[in-house]
Design a protein around this ligand. Structure first.
Ligand SMILES: NC(=O)c1ccc[n+]([C@@H]2O[C@H](COP(=O)([O-])OP(=O)(O)OC[C@H]3O[C@@H](n4cnc5c(N)ncnc54)[C@H](O)[C@@H]3O)[C@@H](O)[C@H]2O)c1
Length: 334
């Protein structure tokens, strides 16, 4: 399996390293506009060809698959070209800038009988796999809420707001873990620069069942926080991705309630019990994602982080954008 990686900025090097470590897979090309980035490739991987000419790379019939790690606004055009040249395509999150673009790519991929996949890296982490297992085994109970915080002094992106930049990780985790269909979103945000691109945003995803999910994303925080709380009626779970080993803690915490005899007030009975720290797999998630891409091409299989997972994330991001522009108005998802 011969692949080309397009974009060797911040994230591209991680993809090149992981794809190079997969047996029966070789990184043939790295393509980037910037000569200084290609110089780094030549130094680190002397056998990998470098090019600043995307069309020349895509015209090479030896290339089976293309991995796109360029800014979001370029994903659609690059992927469309690659699919039309008969390549399998992996696109970094978020899949595209709109659901219309995503669906068009999918249709092209179906016609060409090529794989179109998105990199939602977190789905391949030991922590998310452990959370999936704990939920499936009903350790957490009936799920009530999901509350995620992803804030730091982040790089202001020129083309997308903070939700499009950071929330794809958390939304993809939400959609993977929660076996329920989101109904609507409300979002608010603010831009502290003059380009109207929000650097702080708060997103709520509502479900008809009463389950609720909330996301706090910021590029403007003095501290880095990467936490996620998932509350159920049996247990509550904290995922702290900055913890080196004890990333997940399960709290035997909860409450029962009943209404008093005169039905005047709710009587709440709290439970605060033990905390359990499960062991989680520490293998590099990106290697798992890259291996899934190669395996699914070879075996005509469906990846964990498939097109639908990419589209579902984009639909929530699009609705959040509409809501932000209307001061938090509820937007119904379709
Ligand atoms: N999965 C993750 O955890 C993760 C983490 C970081 C970034 N990302 C995603 O990776 C993608 C890239 O992000 P980044 O932070 O590496 O961006 P970046 O700006 O650091 O790098 C992008 C590179 O692409 C090159 N480029 C742009 N257009 C090109 C084109 N048409 N042809 C060839 N090269 C081109 C640029 O010169 C640059 O070197 C984004 O979609 C981002 O959301 C994913």
């Amino acid at each position: 399996m011969k692949i080309a990686v397009i974009g060797f900025g911040y994230w591209g090097p991680n993809l090149v390293r992981n794809f190079s470590n997969i047996q029966d897979c070789s990184v043939e090309y790295v393509c980037d506009f910037r000569a200084e980035r290609l110089d780094i490739v030549k130094k680190l991987y002397p056998s990998v060809k470098t090019s600043s000419d995307l069309d020349a790379v895509l015209n090479d019939t030896n290339i089976d698959a293309v991995v796109i790690a360029t800014p979001v606004f370029t994903h659609f055009e690059i992927a469309k070209k690659a699919l039309r040249k008969g390549k399998n395509v992996l696109i970094e999150k978020p899949l595209t800038s709109s659901s219309v673009q995503a669906i068009e790519l999918y249709e092209i991929s179906q016609k060409a009988k090529k794989l179109l996949m998105v990199d939602h890296t977190f789905l391949y982490t030991g922590a998310v796999q452990k959370m999936k297992q704990l939920i499936a085994e009903e350790i957490i109970g009936n799920l009530k809420y999901f509350d995620s915080t992803r804030i730091n002094l982040g790089l202001f992106q020129p083309d997308i707001n903070v939700l499009w930049d950071l929330a794809p990780h958390d939304i993809s985790i939400l959609n993977y873990l929660i076996n329920d269909t989101p109904y609507s979103v409300n979002a608010t945000g603010v831009s502290h620069t003059n380009n109207k691109i929000e650097n702080i945003a708060y997103l709520t995803v509502n479900y008809k069942s009463g389950f609720i999910a909330h996301f706090n994303c910021s590029w403007t925080s003095p501290v880095k926080l990467r936490t996620m709380l998932i509350g159920g009626d049996k247990k509550m779970l904290l995922f702290n991705d900055l913890e080196p080993t004890e990333k997940i803690k399960i709290y035997d915490t909860g409450f029962d309630h009943k209404t008093d005899e005169e039905k005047l007030r709710i009587l709440v009975d709290y439970r605060v019990g033990d905390v359990f720290i499960p062991k989680i797999d520490s293998k590099e998630a990106l290697f798992g994602m890259a291996s899934d891409f190669i395996y699914c091409i070879k075996n005509n299989a469906k990846p964990l982080s498939d097109f639908q997972s990419g589209l579902n994330v984009i639909k929530i991001l699009e609705a959040s954008q509409q809501s932000i522009k209307q001061n938090g108005k509820e937007i119904i998802l379709n």
